[in-house]
Design a protein around this ligand. Sequence first.
Ligand code: SP5
Ligand code: ZN
Length: 364
Amino acid sequence: MKIICSEENLSHDPKYEIRRGRKVKAYERAIRTRSILSEFRRRKFGQIMRPDDEEIPLLEVHDPDYLTFLKEIHSKWVQEKNKYELIPYCWPTPSTSNTRPKSSIGQLGFFAGDSDTPIVAGTWSAAYSAASCAATAARQITRHGERFAFALTRPPGHHAGRKTYSGYCFLNNAAIACSQLKIGGLKKIALLDIDYHHGNGSQSIFETRSDVLYISIHADPDYEYPFFSGRSHEVGIGRGKGFTKNYPLKPGSKWKDYEKALKIVISEIEKYEPDALVVSLGVDTSNDDPLGTFKLFPDAYHKIGALLAGLNLRTLFILEGGYAYSSLGSNVYSLLSSFEAQTSCGEEKGDANRDTWVLPGKTI
Ligand code: SP5
Ligand code: ZN
C-alpha cells in the first residue's frame, strides 16, 4: 500500500491546549506521526512516498478569505506584539453581526469553532502539506492505477469547515481528497467517517450534495464534541437530502454495538454504488484513547479492515484522530494490513478497467 506522508507535518507540534479552563499538554502532537511510521517500519508495511507538488483543489473546499487568514494569522499575531498563545475568546452568535474584525484576536473568534485548537508558527505549512498528501493519494488512484492508498495526514481535517478551523483541524483533507477524485473523473464518492468524533466539517461541506455520501459512526453529540452536529436526524439538505447519514453511539459503546452500526453503514454504502470510498480514519475509538470512551480492543481494527475490504471499492484512507500514542500505530497498521490482505478490488473484473484508470483527467 502506498503511504503518503510529508516531513512538514512535524512543524505543527503544539505544546498546550485549553481543556475545561485548564492548560493541558496538547493531544494532537507530532509524536502521532512517529508512532504510526515506526510501527509501519517495524512491520515492513507499505511504501512511503512524499506528496507531489501539484496544485491542491483547496478552493473547491475552503473560502479564500479563510485560507488567507490561516496563512497569515500567526505572523500577524506576532507583529501585533502578542506574546502568548493564539486562543479565541469571543465568537459571533445568532444575535450578533457576522462581520470579520480587523484584529487578529477578533479574527480568531470569527474563524474558530472552538478554543482548544492551537495555531503555532508551523501550522499553515503542516496543514498545507497534509492537504497535499490527501490530494496526492487521490491521484494515485485516478492516475497511477493504485486501488487503495493511505494519506498520513497531520494535522487532521474532518472538523474543518469551509471557513472554520476546529477540533485540531485546519484544512479538510478528506474533503480535498473527494474533490481530487472528482477532478480525476469519478462521479460518486462515499465518505465514511469512523473517527470517534462526528466529522462536522465534512458534513457541512457535503450536506447539500448528492455526489458525495457522508456517512459517520461516532460518539453521541449529546455527550461529546462537537456537540452541535452528528445527530441521526441530520440527513442532508435540499438536493443532498438522503446523502448524509449519522450513526451516533452512546459513550462507552463496545465492539458489538460498533459492529452493528458498521454493518448497516456498509450496506448503505453498497446501496449508493460509489466509484470510490474515502475513509476518515480515526482510531480514537480505541479503549485506551485519552479522549474517546468507546471500548474497541486491538482485534476490532483487524475486523474493521476486513469488513471494509468486503466492499471491494477503490479506497483512500485519510488519517484523522487517535491519541493513545502507544497503540495508535498498531491499530492503524491492523486496519490497513487486514484491508489490504482481504480486498479483491481491481484484481478480477476491476483489472479489465485498469487502462481507463491510469489515463489522467479522463472521465471514467
Ligand atoms: C480529529 C479529532 O479527533 N479531533 C478531536 C477534537 C476533540 N476536542 C475536544 C476534546 C474534549 C475531550 N473531553 C474529554 C476529556 C477526557 N479526559
Ligand atoms: Zn476524533
